[in-house]
Design a protein around this ligand. Structure first.
Ligand code: NZQ
Ligand code: ZN
Length: 388
């Protein structure tokens, strides 16, 4: 296992009717900006609960953060922040709203000329407004990590800082009951692939991380399809297990001291930036192709693919090649059961689109991806071609 330092300062309040705790979590004298998206929180009772909890606080609101939040929308929040002296952000929504609030928090105290430099020039974040989150869509883990992804003119770029970790997050599984099947699918698949990107690399004897990762994968495989089944979809125990899995998938714990491979995400971001495809659906298309290319090239991922086959899919074939074939097929089958695409053709992309995607990867410096930094543009071409 590699060296690591672990500090996960987000206080989690899990369970039904926990939204009220935000009253105690946010300092009484704070000037709060409630940040949300396109209005789903006004149709499922979440807005009322938040407003009720903020009854004794001074607060303002900023709405309209879109899925895959854009710089152009987020930058508008700076006016209201300056006008009212806002000093605390409360994000209420899915990953896009929480990510958006992180950019707003960093931009508010950014010392340079243009906050877009945080993404395009990787300008350091030296300070940020504090934030808390009420999560409404289990998927990204954004509620307890320091990561964010923001889009400008089709360029979807990630940035991160420990200063952007929410101080607290409320995880009430009940608020997820209003999600569409599409968003449930997206969330389960996104969380699954977050685990895979931190697990399916090479063995460094990180036994605790591996076993945690395998437990999360198995939970998502077991519970994900139930959240789409008419008979079980409103079961709060199922929703709760999915919600906690998604948080644990990307709060930093399982990635400590182990190699990581974020190639599926980085290629996926280009598909969203260029064609507007939902984040998780880009991942379900790219991951199977990454597995296939990387098992072939120098047998990278071989050992972990075998472990994945044995421990997650309980495969017992003596031939390791067959085990890996079956594990990849079962992963694709899981994605199909979760109703997400596994090929570019399913989202109407063809081989004619590949060079354009590669140009974007080049332009964004995504030329040495993967745990060995050897997924070059040529390897990404192989991956995209296999994903057709
Ligand atoms: O905007 P509203 O009206 O709230 O509607 C949203 C949105 O249309 C809706 N929704 C959310 N909660 C709901 C609900 N509808 C009904 N009931 C509820 N309880 O769902 C739609 C999608 O929301 P969004 O926040 O975009 O989804 P998600 O949570 O999947 O977030 C995706 C974004 O997170 C980024 C992605 O790239 C993408 O931009 N990611 C962030 C990461 C991180 N910070 O660590 C890691 C991820 O890999 C990912 O890249
Ligand atoms: Zn993701």
């Amino acid at each position: 296992m590699l060296n690591f330092t672990f500090h996960s300062p987000t206080k989690i309040h899990f369970g039904e009717d926990q939204i009220r705790v935000i009253a105690d979590e946010i300092p009484a004298d704070a000037k709060v900006l409630l940040v949300y998206g396109g209005g789903s929180i006004k149709h499922n009772g979440v807005y009322e609960q938040v407003v009720g909890a903020l009854a004794d606080h001074t607060w303002f609101e900023f709405s309209g953060i879109e899925p895959n939040p854009t710089y152009d929308t987020l930058i508008k929040a700076q006016d209201i922040i300056k006008q009212h002296g806002i000093n605390y952000l409360l994000a209420v929504g899915g990953g896009s709203v929480v990510d958006g609030a992180k950019f707003i928090a960093a931009a508010a105290l950014f010392e340079g000329d243009d906050p877009w430099d945080i993404l395009i020039k990787r300008a350091p974040i030296k300070q940020a407004l504090p934030l808390g989150a009420v999560l409404t869509l289990p998927a990204t883990g954004s509620e307890s990590n320091g990561n964010s992804v923001v889009t400008r003119d089709g360029n979807k770029l990630p940035f991160a800082s420990t200063l952007l970790r929410p101080q607290f997050a409320v995880l009430d599984p009940k608020v997820t009951l209003s999600l569409s099947d599409r968003q449930i699918s997206n969330g389960v698949v996104d969380a699954f692939i977050h685990v895979i990107e931190q697990y399916l690399t090479y063995n460094v004897n990180g036994k605790v991380q591996d076993r945690f990762a395998e437990g999360l994968l198995q939970t998502l495989i077991e519970e994900g399809p139930k959240a789409l089944n008419a008979e079980t979809k409103n079961d709060l125990a199922i929703r709760g297990n999915i919600m906690w899995s998604a948080t644990m998938a990307l709060n930093g714990l399982i990635g400590l001291g182990v190699p990581q491979d974020w190639s599926t995400h980085m290629i996926g971001h280009e598909l969203t930036g260029a064609f507007g495809i939902d984040h998780a659906r880009t991942l379900s298309i790219i991951l199977p192709a990454v597995m296939k290319v990387k098992r072939a090239e120098k047998h990278e991922k071989h050992e972990k693919l075998v472990q994945f086959a044995e421990r997650v899919w309980h495969l017992t074939d003596s031939d390791e090649t067959i085990k890996i074939d079956k594990a990849i097929a079962l992963t694709e089958d899981f994605f199909k059961r979760m109703q997400v695409p596994t090929r570019l053709s399913e989202v109407e992309l063809t081989k004619d689109n590949i060079e354009g995607i590669l140009e974007r990867l080049q332009q964004h410096g995504m030329t040495a991806l993967g745990e060995h930094s050897n997924i070059t543009i040529d390897v990404s071409r192989k991956i995209l071609t296999l994903a057709l």
